[in-house]
Design a protein around this ligand. Sequence first.
Ligand code: ISJ
Length: 103
Amino acid sequence: MAPTSDASAELLSLRKSIDNIDAALIHLLAERFKCTQTVGRLKAAHQLPAADPERERRQIDRLRGIAEESELDPAFAEKWFNFVVAEVIHHHERIAGESEGTR
Ligand SMILES: C=C(O[C@@H]1C=C(C(=O)O)C=C[C@H]1O)C(=O)O
């Protein structure tokens, strides 16, 4: 069944907001990765481990709390965080490998 024109207008308006939110998320992720790349270089320069499980645990606790307050599924928040951190750790390992080659 074709949507009514009211439903089409509402869908269009909601999708405009979704487009803005998706763009904001990409901008935020780009800024986050700029920070973590700098952390990776700092760790490599001082021969610190790529991963910091204690920091990750604290951040997961914090983010799960924020997710609950914001009515976002805390399990999803944790899954998102772990997904991003896995990528960050790959970057850190790559940076450490490159800096080993120059020592
Ligand atoms: C960015 C860091 O490196 C890793 C990545 C983290 C993250 O992306 O939040 C947190 C801890 C570390 O496993 C850090 O130690 O702060």
